[in-house]
Design a protein around this ligand. Sequence first.
Ligand code: SAM
Ligand code: SF4
Length: 354
Amino acid sequence: MLPFPRIRSQDPAARVTVSPRSRVLADSFGRVATDLRVSLTDRCNLRCTYCMPAEGLDWMPHDQVLTDDEMVRLITIGVTLLGIRTVRLTGGEPLLRKNLERLVADISALAPRPVVALTTNGIGLAARAEALAAAGLTRINVSLDTLNPATFKQLTRRPRLDDVLAGVAAARRAGLNPVKINSVLMRGVNDHEAADLLSWAMTEQVHLRFIEQMPLDAQHAWDRTQMITAADIREQLAQQFGLVEDPDDAAVRGSAPAELFRVVGTNYSVGIISAVTKPFCGACDRVRLTADGQIRNCLFSRVESDLRAPLRNGASDEEIADQWVLAVAGKRAGHGIDDPSFLQPDRPMSAIGG
Ligand code: SAM
Ligand code: SF4
C-alpha cells in the first residue's frame, strides 16, 4: 500500500503570483512543488558504496547534458512561471560542473530571487566556498559519513577526508548559513560513529542530519534488513546524549523531512530523516531536473518527462512550462518502497540528484 498523502490546502505562499502568466506545480493530492533539485552532472569524484559501484558508471554523453544556458533557461521558467522558490544544485558532484559560480550567480539574479542551495561531497569546496557565497549561494549541505580517514576511504573508495573537512571549514568561514552535514550510516562500517559525528557537529556548529539509506544505488545492493533505521540512530545517540523531540520542530518543520531532536542541556538539534521507515511523501514539495533535461516528480519515479527535446526544438517558455505542469500533476501518492510491487528506478541517485 502506498502511504496516503495528507491532503493539504495549498500553501498560501505557493499561490503568490510571480508573473501574470504563472501557474503552479500542483499534483492531484494538493501538494505543490516549490523546491527544485537540479542535477548538474552525473559524474563524481567519489564512489560511495551506497551510491555507485567502484568502477563508476557510464557517464552521460556531453551532448545530452544541458548546457549552462539551457540549465538557466529551464530554471528561469521554474522560478518565474511555476512558483519555484528554492533551487538546490546537486549531482553527481556539482563542484565538477565548470562555471558553477556563474550558474549560481545567474540563478540568484532571477526575480523573485530563489534560495540557492548546494549539496556537495565537499571536495574542492575549500578553494571555492568564498566565490560561491559571493555569487549568491546561501545554503550548503556537505555529505560526510565518518570522521575516520580509513573508514572514509572504505566508504567512498577515495582517501579524501581532509579535503571534505577543509571544505566544511571554508563554507563556515565564507558565511554560508546554514552549513548542514548529511550522513548515511552503513551497518558494520560507520554505524558506531553516530555519536562522534554529533559531538563533532556540535563543536563545529554545523547542522547534522542522518539520512536512512534508500534503494537508489546503481548496484541495487540495498537490503532493508541491513539498513540502519532512524530508530537505530536514536538508540546509538542515546548512549551518549540525552535527546528529546525538539519543541520548536513542529512549528518550523513545514515540508522539511528531518525530524529534529534537541540534545538535552544544549540548544543544539540533530536531524534524522526517516525516508524509508517514516516517509514524508505527504508533505513533499520537491521536483527534480536531471542533467539531461528530464523532469522527475519523485526520487523514486520510474517515469520522466523530457524537457530537453522541446527546449532544443524551439518550444516557447509557456509550452515548456505546460509540459512541466503535466509532469508534476501525475505525481504518485508516495514512494511505495514497502509495496510488494516496488521497483527501484533505473536511474541511480547520482544521476537523479539527491
Ligand atoms: N555528490 C554530492 C553529495 O554526495 O553530497 C551530491 C549528490 S549525492 C547523490 C546527494 C546526497 O544523497 C548525499 O548526501 C548522499 O549521501 C545521499 N545519498 C546517495 N545515495 C544514497 C542512498 N542510497 N540513500 C540515502 N542517501 C543517499
Ligand atoms: Fe558521489 Fe555523492 Fe554519490 Fe558519493 S553520494 S558517489 S559523493 S554522488
